[in-house]
Write a protein that binds this ligand. Structure first.
Ligand SMILES: [Zn+2]
Length: 569
């Protein structure tokens, strides 16, 4: 006898469905894309795609709910963002959306297996079918799915072929000296008739000066500042890259050429001699601390760094050679000399250098002071980073706001067509700039305090043996070290044999004060705190509240000195 099934209903099984459509209506999202920038700019193909899709939707009784895409293919990130936005929309509206409409399947995706996986997920998880209006296939049966997958694979195959052909084309051009990729900074590609020409542009004219300066031996920092003053802002690394790219003197070097060099047909920014000259300068700089010193210069570490207290002009050095009459040996006597007429200041270098060593002793930390100094330093840093972290949080929130505004703007333009194109472009540029500004500030907010702490600890270590370090180091190190501690040089008083300085590195300034505290000071701890309070409360450790301050903060206390320090180490 057949059992009564009504009693067994609770054990019946249904296929698991992850989506439920709220109505039988066919609702689609539309995704358009063109393959080249030209098509995008003329908007022809995009309009064409949209029109064909709209007609298909009308015929098939499909209501279109949203439009995505409208970009061209080489705009890789834009395209991906749009695609992701469409997927997000589908997921959010999975109870209504039933179709994705595209013009051709390759508009949906060019990577065959990726597209197959995605279309499977959309089909099975969200009940959404991809339909190419020019090749409609019913994917509700295995045959249809198979056919669509084949089309995805063909798209990918086409794409690979196209890529390979393009690569071969580029290589062939390069071999003929024709640069067909994006030209490096300072160059612009123009069209003259049918011909593409790569010429030195306005920025390039300024870079040309940079090459000349570099060839004259001017330091990168100085060159960067000069470029900045002319409106060309680049990073240090970028400048080095430019200086080492032979493209600028007309030579093409590219991975595709497999180690070969080709003379390019583009305009030369500089003659090859200048390029080579620079690399001689660079080679010298790499080997020996920037400047090549003649042996005799070893006698004059304070040359130019030390200024005359009467006229303010930097001392130069000179040598007097005397022959000893008894043994005929030549003796050299070295002097620092003020270059001003009338100052008549000639001082034996050995004496002045010794006096400078004494002067440095004021800035040489006594070993028993290392511990209190480190204690105060750590406290100051922790305080500083507490605030820096807060700042970072605030800027990150700001960044998120802008991010959100950008997305809304994209929606208003592409989706809701609420803003005209010129307004959209203006706003987009504005937002992008704000974003870049904040990102820059964020990059300067050093919340990674261990680096700076380490740096200052090392600085303190240097300071405990400052005088001896300076005395025993070769001249390039001497020069770096003295400039590190006294960024603006020192003034020499010939009568008293003493030095004066207007500016001392933040790190070394309190050391002189600490050193003046005597052991029998009744309020020793208080004196130490007082000496350090100035240091702890310095603006250098305060938080940068705006961008301008950040830069001052960076350049004055951290970056330049850190560099000097590392080079010195
Ligand atoms: Zn003088």
């Amino acid at each position: 006898m057949k059992p009564n099934f009504d009693m067994f209903h609770q054990w019946s099984k249904k296929p698991r469905v992850t989506y439920v459509k709220t109505s039988n209506e066919k609702i689609a999202v539309v995704y358009t894309r063109v393959s080249s920038k030209e098509q995008y700019d003329t908007n022809l193909s995009l309009d064409w795609q949209k029109k064909a899709i709209d007609e298909f939707a009308l015929r098939s009784d499909i209501r279109t709910a949203a439009y995505f895409g409208g970009t061209y293919e080489s705009a890789k990130t834009d395209g991906r963002k749009e695609f992701q936005r469409m997927l997000d929309y589908i997921k959010k509206n999975k109870d209504t959306v039933t179709h994705v409409l595209v013009y051709l399947l390759d508009r949906f995706s060019r990577s065959g297996d990726g597209a197959m996986r995605l279309s499977k997920e959309l089909r099975e998880k969200y009940g959404v079918t991809i339909v190419a209006v020019t090749q409609p296939i019913d994917t509700s049966n295995p045959g249809g799915v198979f056919q669509q997958n084949l089309q995805f694979l063909f798209s990918q195959y086409d794409n690979e072929l196209r890529r390979q052909r393009a690569m071969a084309g580029i290589k062939e051009h390069l071999e003929q000296g024709i640069w067909c990729k994006k030209p490096p900074m300072g160059y612009t590609a123009i069209k003259e008739g049918k011909e593409r020409k790569i010429i030195v542009d306005e920025t390039g004219k300024k870079l040309r000066k940079a090459f000349r300066w570099k060839a004259e031996g001017i330091k990168n920092d100085e060159i960067l500042q000069r470029l900045k003053a002319m409106g060309v802002q680049i990073y240090k690394q970028k400048l080095s890259m430019i200086f080492s790219n032979p493209f600028y003197c007309g030579i093409i070097a590219d991975k595709m050429l497999n180690g070969n060099l080709v003379e390019g047909s583009h305009e030369k920014m500089i003659p090859p001699e200048v390029f080579l000259q620079i690399h001689k300068v660079r080679a010298a700089a790499k080997g020996k601390y920037g400047v090549t010193h003649k042996k005799e210069n070893e006698q004059y570490p304070l040359k130019l760094f030390m200024k005359c207290d009467k006229c303010g002009i930097g001392y130069t050095g000179y040598v007097v050679k005397k022959k000893n009459k008894t043994n005929n040996k030549v003796h050299e006597f070295h002097y620092y000399k003020c270059r001003s007429q009338g100052c008549n200041c000639n001082q034996r270098t050995s004496e002045v250098n010794q006096e400078f060593v004494y002067f440095l002793k004021d800035y040489t930390l006594q070993p028993q002071l290392v511990a209190p100094l480190l204690y105060h330093m750590d406290a100051a840093f922790d305080k500083h980073y507490e605030v820096a972290l807060e700042q970072q949080k605030m800027y990150k929130a700001k960044l998120a706001d802008i991010e959100k505004s950008s997305e809304e703007l994209e929606d208003d333009f592409y989706l809701y067509k609420k803003v005209p194109e010129d307004v959209y472009i203006r706003l987009r540029t504005k937002l992008a700039k704000e974003k870049a500004d904040i990102a820059e500030v964020l990059s300067t907010l050093d919340v990674e305090n261990s680096n700076l702490k380490t740096y200052f600890r090392e600085g303190i270590t240097i300071s405990t043996q400052l005088a001896t370090s300076w005395y025993s180091s070769p001249i390039p190190v001497k020069e770096k070290l003295q400039k590190f501690i006294f960024p603006e040089g020192v003034t020499y008083n010939r009568e008293k044999g003493t030095f004066l300085t207007s500016k001392v590195n933040t790190l070394f300034e309190p050391i002189a004060r600490l050193n003046s505290i005597t052991d029998d000071d009744k309020n020793k701890q208080g004196s130490i705190s007082a000496a350090l309070s100035n240091w702890v409360g310095r603006t250098g450790f305060e938080l940068p509240y705006n961008k301008l301050n950040v830069n001052i903060y960076k350049s004055k206390n951290i970056k330049t000195h850190r560099l000097t320090h590392w080079e010195y180490m």
